[in-house]
Design a protein around this ligand. Structure first.
Ligand SMILES: [Zn+2]
Ligand SMILES: [Zn+2]
Length: 357
């Protein structure tokens, strides 16, 4: 079968032909029909190190191992690539992504593959059945949407808040919708890319700021003008850059919360002015990934059409075109969610549908 995996010797992805994996007790053989390309799949240090390459799949259960309950052959499911143990100190405090078992990648060899083995703990803990009306490519969006749900909850969003979301890619646009659902009175989207901001406006962002056309100071003035003279109550920083975090902190209003989502590189340092943090009572909350709580919550909302994900999908690629898909994601200019199809002929006919680069 075909698969894309990380070559650990060179720390880069490669396309390989390998045997279909064998499964053991409690495991399943899974056939990803669609897999979303995550921004983290194109962060070099992450791919070479702690990252999980190919982790937003939706597909069919092909075979179940001894003792598997709850899923059967032929089921259409989303499976989360990382799951907590549910019994350790962190899990019992609800801090699932800090669980020591959490980082274990559930797929072998990867979700960018024609078939993949799913480990028993993952089969037990975070599998969600897709209703018939939900296409696989929409099922893929459960994972990234769940990360935004957790992020916004970690930021302590409250009804009536003004929320600034920095970054208007697929995640930022998901965050716009999550903030709206959680009761934000005003949602502001900022990005350096006008093409993406157009999507934010369509999703109902109250203000969309093109930072390529104005300075940070001007952005702050526009926010104040639209927000009764105040800076936002919550600032969410999606891009994994220190400069973005620094700007996010400066744009956070009094009593506000700033929330980091993008993983900055190990050793990157952020300078803060504690005097400002103190007198403005700013809270800094990072949010890493998501847990079975959030996947369940957002799946229900996606299934009922309360979170719109289909129109965030801009590109489709066959599995063999994985390098093109990654390059497009990395360039990040005119793409939002990029989907890779391990079985495009079965899914679409002879070619993937939708715009191609
Ligand atoms: Zn992801
Ligand atoms: Zn645990």
């Amino acid at each position: 079968m075909k698969a894309a995996v990380i070559n650990r010797k060179i720390g880069r992805p490669e396309f390989v032909e390998i045997p279909v994996p064998e499964i053991g007790d409690g495991e399943i053989l899974y056939k990803p029909m669609a897999c979303g390309v995550c921004g983290s799949d194109v962060i070099d240090w992450n791919v070479a190190g702690p990252g999980t390459f190919g982790h937003e799949p939706a597909g069919y259960v092909v075979k179940t191992g001894k003792g598997v309950t709850g899923v059967k052959e032929g089921d259409r499911v989303f499976i989360h690539h990382r799951v907590p143990c549910l019994t350790c100190h962190y899990c019992r405090r609800g801090h699932f992504t800090m669980c020591p078992d959490y980082k274990e990648y559930g797929f072998d060899p990867s979700a960018y593959a024609e078939y993949t083995r799913v480990k028993a703990r993952h089969v037990r803990t975070d599998v969600i059945h897709l209703p018939d009306h939900i296409p696989f490519e929409v099922g893929c969006l459960i994972e990234p949407m769940a990360t935004m749900w957790r992020l916004m909850n970690r930021a302590g969003i409250r009804g009536g808040d003004t929320v600034l979301i920095m970054g208007a890619g697929a995640l930022g646009l998901s965050a716009v919708q999550v903030a709206q659902r959680l009761g934000a009175a005003m949602v502001i989207s900022s990005d350096f890319n006008e093409w993406k901001l157009q999507y934010a406006r369509e999703l109902g962002a109250d203000l969309a700021i093109d930072r390529s056309q104005c300075s940070e100071q001007e952005a702050a003035e526009r926010i104040r003008a639209a927000n009764q003279g105040r800076l936002p109550d919550v600032v969410v920083v999606i891009p994994p850059q220190i400069s973005a975090l620094q700007e996010g902190i400066r744009l956070t209003g009094k009593g506000g919360r700033v929330s980091q989502f993008g993983p900055t590189g190990p050793g990157d340092l952020l300078t803060i002015d504690p005097n400002e943090f103190f007198f403005k009572e700013i809270t800094y909350a990072s949010s890493y990934s998501s847990s079975p709580l959030e996947t369940k919550e957002v799946a229900e909302l996606i299934f009922r059409g309360k979170l719109k994900v289909q129109h965030l999908i801009t590109h489709h690629f066959r599995l063999e075109q994985i390098m093109e898909a990654l390059a497009l994601k990395k360039e990040a200019e005119h793409s939002l969610k990029v989907i890779v199809h391990p079985h495009p002929d079965e899914y679409f006919g002879s070619t993937p549908k939708g715009p191609k680069p």
